[in-house]
Design a binder for this molecule. Structure first.
Ligand SMILES: [Zn+2]
Length: 264
C-alpha cells in the first residue's frame, strides 16, 4: 500500500526529537511522502530544513492565519526567498480563522490574499486552513472567482457540502484528517462520499487529532494516516488499496512530484 500524508507539522517538539522513529513507523505502513507545513517564518524554515535532510519529506511554507498579526514586508520578503528552495512544493498554510482571536480578521484576509497571489504567480498549490468561517471562505473564493481555478487543498476539511462543492468548482482538492474517523462525524463522512475520488487527499495534521481508534493519543504522527484512509475507503465503498493508490497519485500530481520521487 502507498500512502501520502499531505499535512504534518514534523518540527513540533513532540515529534522532532523522535523524528527518525516517527518516519520509520510511517514507512512501515506504506507512507511514501509527507508534506511538512510551516505556520510562520521559523517553522517554514524548519520545514525546508527537514525536507532537505529527509527523503520523502516535502516543504510547504507560509503564515497560518493565527500567526499573521503584525507581519511586515520584511517577513514576506524572507518567505519569498524560502519559496525558491527546490524542496518547497506549496504555499501555506494560509486561510481564515474565526475561532482563535490571535489576529484581526481583516489582517488575516489581507495575508490570505497575498498567499493566494503568490501561489498563483508561482503556479504552486495553496494549502488552506478554515476554522469557524465557512461563509468567509466561500466569499473569498467567489471574490476571486475570475482568477480561479487555482490548484490547492482545503486542508483538514470539516465543512459542509456547499463549501466543499464551491472549493471543488474552483479547482481545489479536499483533504480529510482524523476528524472524519470520529463516531460523531456522520455529516462529514457524507460530504466525503460526494467528493470526486480524483480530488481526495488524506492527512494527519500531526501532531494534532489522532484518528480513531487512536483518538486522544498524542502526538499524532504520519503513519496514522492509514486509519483515516481505511475509514474513507469504507465510507466510499472502495478497497483501501485502491483509495491509497488514488490519493497518493492525487498528491503526487498536485504537488508536481515526479512519479519516481524519492520515497520516505
Ligand atoms: Zn496544520
Amino acid at each position: 500500500m502507498q500512502l501520502f500524508d499531505t499535512h504534518a507539522h514534523l518540527y513540533d517538539s513532540s515529534l522532532l526529537p523522535q523524528l527518525n522513529e516517527v518516519l520509520g513507523r510511517a514507512r512501515e505502513v506504506g507512507v511514501r511522502g509527507v508534506c511538512c507545513i510551516g505556520t510562520d517564518l521559523e517553522t517554514s524554515r524548519q520545514a525546508v530544513e527537514l525536507a532537505r535532510s529527509h527523503s520523502g519529506v516535502h516543504a510547504v511554507v507560509g503564515f497560518q492565519p493565527n500567526h499573521c498579526h503584525g507581519l511586515t514586508d520584511a517577513d514576506w520578503e524572507a518567505l519569498l526567498q524560502l519559496v525558491d528552495d527546490p524542496t518547497v512544493v506549496g504555499i501555506g498554510e494560509t486561510g481564515l480563522d474565526r475561532y482563535w482571536k490571535d489576529c484581526p480578521f481583516e489582517e488575516q484576509w489581507f495575508w490570505f490574499e497575498r498567499h493566494w497571489g503568490l501561489a498563483k504567480s508561482r503556479d504552486m498549490p495553496l494549502v488552506i486552513h478554515m476554522r469557524d468561517c465557512e461563509a468567509d471562505i466561500v466569499h473569498f473564493i467567489e471574490e476571486h472567482r475570475k482568477d480561479w481555478p487555482i490548484r490547492g487543498i482545503m486542508h483538514s476539511f470539516t465543512g459542509n457540502w456547499n463549501t466543499a462543492s464551491k472549493a471543488l468548482d474552483a479547482g481545489m482538492h479536499i483533504s480529510f484528517a482524523g476528524m472524519v474517523t470520529f463516531k460523531a462525524s456522520d455529516d462529514l463522512r457524507s460530504v466525503a462520499r460526494r467528493v470526486p475520488q480524483d480530488r481526495l487527499l488524506i492527512e494527519t495534521d500531526s501532531p494534532y487529532l489522532s484518528p480513531e481508534p487512536l483518538r486522544g493519543r498524542r502526538p499524532n504522527e504520519p503513519g496514522r494516516v492509514l486509519h483515516t484512509l481505511r475509514c474513507l475507503a469504507e465510507t466510499i465503498g472502495v478497497s483501501a488499496d485502491l483509495l491509497a493508490e488514488q490519493t497518493t497519485r492525487n498528491a503526487v500530481e498536485l504537488f508536481r512530484l515526479d512519479e519516481q520521487f524519492e520515497s520516505l
